[in-house]
Design a protein around this ligand. Structure first.
Ligand SMILES: *Cc1c(COP(=O)(O)O)cnc(C)c1O
Length: 223
């Protein structure tokens, strides 16, 4: 079996204090997750509702599952009872649905707003202006069953380190902007989820608090 424990230790050894690891386990089998769990890892990220459902049912209940993929509103009800954080909220419609389902289960669900900065057209997320207008709209304040804990973003999938760094910086500036405007008194608004296997060192230098790493821990995914 792939040396998950060795790779996990290597990654953890590179994370400074204050940066948490979300181990991205999508497409990897339960045994891989159990290896990481044995080493003390508790936060795992998945991007498909059905796959997550199967894993949640069979793996230890103290795992904190982060949903990191694009979430369709009709799938929210399935993960609402147990998900620890929904990282990629990119519309008010989705935020409303999470609030509605969380309230059915008498929960408050932590979420991040997904920012779209990368140049790729295909990526999801709110543009800087869409993020500003969602927050300026104010309806989110009435949604008492969601707690907006910060921002999430994916940098462009390119080799150009300067470009990646610039995108992380832009995300950091937006974080500071909305923190000042809307969340200055909210200690829980503190998460900057950026950095994946190929760019997490840069992300950490640019102020990430949460890295989402799959390949560097579990090896290549087999789709
Ligand atoms: C798959 C995925 C990751 C992890 O990517 P790796 O390159 O395997 O580290 C991180 N974030 C999101 C949103 C993903 O979908």
């Amino acid at each position: 079996m792939y040396d998950v424990k060795g790779h996990l230790k290597q990654v953890l050894g590179q994370l400074p204090e204050g940066v948490r690891l979300v181990a991205i386990s999508k497409y990897h089998p339960n045994e891989y997750i159990e290896s990481a769990y044995d080493e003390g890892q508790r936060i795992f990220g998945e991007s498909h509702e059905q796959e997550l459902r199967g894993k949640h049912e069979t793996l230890p209940k103290d795992i904190c599952w982060h949903f990191i993929g694009h979430l369709q509103t009709n799938k929210v009800k399935y993960i609402a009872p147990y998900v620890a954080m929904i990282e990629a909220v990119d519309s008010l419609k989705l935020l409303r649905e999470i609030d509605k389902q969380a309230s059915r289960f008498e929960r408050v669900i932590d979420v991040l707003l997904e920012l779209h900065i990368a140049e790729e057209e295909t990526k999801y997320g709110l543009t800087p202006d869409a993020l500003r207008s969602l927050l300026a709209g104010g309806e989110w304040r009435t949604l008492n069953h969601v707690r907006i804990c910060g921002l999430m973003m994916m940098a462009s999938n390119v080799d150009d380190e300067d470009q990646i760094r610039q995108e992380f910086r832009q995300a950091r500036q937006l974080f500071d902007e909305v923190k000042d405007l809307y969340f200055a008194d909210a200690d829980y608004f503190c998460e900057r989820s950026w950095g994946m296997s190929h760019d997490y060192q840069i992300a950490i230098e640019e102020g990430s608090t949460m890295v989402r790493i799959g390949t560097s821990i579990f090896g290549p995914r087999v789709y």
